[in-house]
Design a protein around this ligand. Sequence first.
Ligand code: MIC
Length: 664
Amino acid sequence: MADNLVEKILKDHVESGTYEQGEEVGLRIDQCLLQDATGTMACLQLEQMGVDRVQVPLAVQYVDHNIIQLDHKNPDDHIFLQAFSAKYGLYFSRPGNGICHYIHVERFAKPGTTLIGADSHTTTSGAVGQIAIGVGGLDVSLVMAGNPFNNAVPTVVGVELTGKLQDWVTPKDVILELLRRRDVDGGAGRIFEFYGPGVETIPVEGRMTICNMMIETGATTGIFPSDERTREWMEAQQRPDDFIELKADEGAEYDEHEHIDLSELEPLIAQPSSPGNVVPVSDIAGTKAHQVCVGSSVNSGFEDLAVVAAVLKDKTVAPELVMTVTPGSRQILDSIARTGVYADLVRAGARMLEPACGPCVGMGQAPPSDSVSVRTFNRNFPGRSGTQDDHVYLCSPPTAAATALYGVITDPRELGDYPDLDDAPRYPAVDDSQILEPAPEDEAGGIEIPRGPNIHEPPEPPELPDELTGRVTIVLPDNISTGDLSPDGVEVMAFRSNIPELAKYTLRRFDPEFPEKAQEMAPGFIVAGKNYGQGSSREHAALSPLHLGIRAVIAKSFPRIHRRNLISQGIVPLLFENEEDYDKFEQGQEWTLADVREHLENGETELPLQAEDGEEITVLADFSHRERDLVLHGGVRRQLREQQAAEAPGSKTEPADRGEESAG
Ligand code: MIC
């Protein structure tokens, strides 16, 4: 049978279940990735699982998000993570070494393997033919503890690329085109596989940009075949043995189709405040900009920065505009320094930042109030920049460079001839000096893990009661992002290891008093529109509401990662059977899920939800067997503890029926 690339890799990794669309399968995972803003919580949860060492062939802990170090909190996390990695068997990429996704593709990602990471942009590694999926920290911990990764068999979208990008049009415009077509939820439940003659025209760094931002469509991930471009990349990274050629079988089929003629694309831009709000740059050319930021976990590669430097060479950025540039990794920093790209950028007036996520997650460089910031980043959710009334646009490096030069949003095709970028070094300076190996197993036992005062265990979810009565704490519109639930930025993200403090910022964009109100009303429900919890993998967007007493979220739809985080952390995600019922909800009302345990135990999916005044609606508990089991237990950690207790020597309890499957 002819398989597409996704099927080939996934089928090769199935450990349990049957590979049929819609079914859940348990997948063997080859690599895991953590970053510091999600890592501490993931590590604390791994400790609770009682393993001494990670059970996957490779796990890497990166430090790239919380690196402003305003006070002790960030560095306390860093030394916790460094010691934890040494002890538990993870590689540790030191602060300053670069952005996890860049380094992972440079140093670790391998075609034909699987990766899960506690960061939604883990998808970046699809650029080299790896199935790379972002999930919450607890899911990564479960896998590191030796469990398979359970996931529904995805719909595979074949994206046929033909033609060749014109000058000044880039891979960023390819993914913006997909976002224009699919918006922020049109990729849900899908993996996008690229194929066709246009594929070879896109180098690995360009493929990284496309795969990174696949998640913005709500997709599970994106993947490119492993071809000559991949071979060149692996050779340049001095790991030729990691290369294997890999592509879809001749005659393979896809569940859905997209076709992009690369030669017909033009420069595109996402307008505030959604990555799906895409228009041609020419439509909004002339809009005054106050800030241009190049870099982040997309568009921080050598060529991205080289084209910007070439545009700005011997010129200066517009006087009323401030520009920042971030290289993706120390290797890229080294390459731009050695080739003169760095000097050209500095002379043009760009503020050079260290290789880290930086302004993309509000780590400094917030734009002025009510101003336009043009960024090559992947997300522009409201307030993510650190400025509450921001107007952030997302575009390619050439569009950013043209905008920096003229001070207004500019179509880069106005710049004339495309510059000659022949200076790109074919062989980057490979440098693993800032990636520390774990301690040998026989020395690991003696390692003490320092725990600063900001590091606290995650809150404990309660068990699901027989009947769940809750007050409506808030009624929210469509497309609430995880940044609304657990905000970005220096101030708030410093509390990622301290949920009681972090929870004080929950939904502050909608109601600064939400945390107190929710705690007063607890147990509480959140009611929301479509795509509740879009964006990041941060499980903090579930942990903070959990701490505030939220027991269920009733929404029109959920994106994959956040829905999963809710279930794992003991909050029940429910769907409206009739979306019009959304209008019946008001803050403060009391609603009851009568006999909820019984309904779920019986495998029923339609649950009655009753209001105090007798009104009754139906909500959908659309769970797989494994998920239902987790909901009944009150999340992964409770389920594991019950399993451990049941299996403990001397325990009289037989393993519970509902715990027969592996956790998670
Ligand atoms: C993001 O781009 O939103 C982040 C910050 O990298 C997050 C991770 C986090 O919130 O720590 C993500 O993409 O998952």
